[in-house]
Design a protein around this ligand. Structure first.
Ligand code: ADP
Ligand code: 5GP
Length: 198
């Protein structure tokens, strides 16, 4: 059976990754969104096991020791990690996997799985990014400033990604993500395997 592909989506906090991915998942079948573990507190409306697995630091560290993460990283004072088990299960079921992870995690996954496809999502401008972070209303001014500083560092790595999507409107960003995922399945290697297998 055809195996799924892994797609990494990275981009500054507040750019709209969750919003765009929610819309994409409603349109596109055969995709597994990897639910990360984190030590940060849930935001209003976030559900344990749906948006994140919310863990205390000791439990998170125990998962590191037990080698349960495909990757993990510290981001603005909290830990975030991708549980390995479900990612492998989905890929073996032929599903595409989406990882919404920051740049340190993206580097770790790429070194373990070089065939991963990496997509960077950017805002249309810095002022719009600050506006979205502020409007979301989930972070203190101090946290927003820390996330914006981090965003500048993340932006420096954007050229190392395979694709660059600008989230000006959600519809445009979803259309481009859909196009990228579809194109990645039209590579000769995968297509010829299908034909040769018939
Ligand atoms: P991220 O997951 O990247 O941290 P979110 O998906 O939480 O970002 O989006 C941050 C804020 O920006 C939310 O309030 C969301 O409604 C808003 N947003 C997302 N995409 C757009 C867009 N294309 N235009 C305007 N606002 C957007
Ligand atoms: P937030 O707190 O805004 O949900 O996420 C903060 C940052 O952590 C975002 O850049 C998001 O992509 C990243 N992130 C979420 N889950 C993971 C994960 O499992 N691993 C890594 N490395 N980063 C993650």
């Amino acid at each position: 059976m055809r195996k799924g592909k892994t797609f990494i989506i990275s981009g500054p906090s507040g750019v709209g990754k969750s919003t765009v991915l929610d819309a994409l998942l409603r349109q596109r079948g055969n995709v597994y969104f990897s639910v990360s573990a984190t030590t940060r507190d849930p935001r209003p409306g976030e559900e344990d096991g749906v948006h994140y697995h919310f863990l205390d630091v000791d439990t998170f560290r125990a998962h590191i020791v037990d080698d349960e993460f495909l990757e993990y990283a510290e981001y603005v004072g909290n830990f975030y990690g991708t549980p390995k088990k479900y990612v492998d299960l989905a890929i073996n079921q032929g599903k595409d996997v989406i990882l919404d992870i920051e740049i340190q995690g993206a580097i770790q996954v790429t070194s373990k799985r070089p065939d991963v496809v990496r997509i960077f999502i950017a805002p249309p401008s810095w002022s719009e990014l600050e506006r979205r972070l502020t409007e979301r209303g989930t972070d203190s001014q101090d946290k927003i400033q820390k996330r914006l500083l981090r965003a500048k560092v993340e932006f420096q790595t954007a050229h190392t990604y395979d694709y660059f999507v600008i989230n000006d409107t959600v519809d445009n960003a979803v259309m481009e993500l859909n196009a990228i995922m579809t194109a990645e399945h039209c590579k000769p290697k995968e297509r010829m395997e299908i034909i040769n297998g018939r």
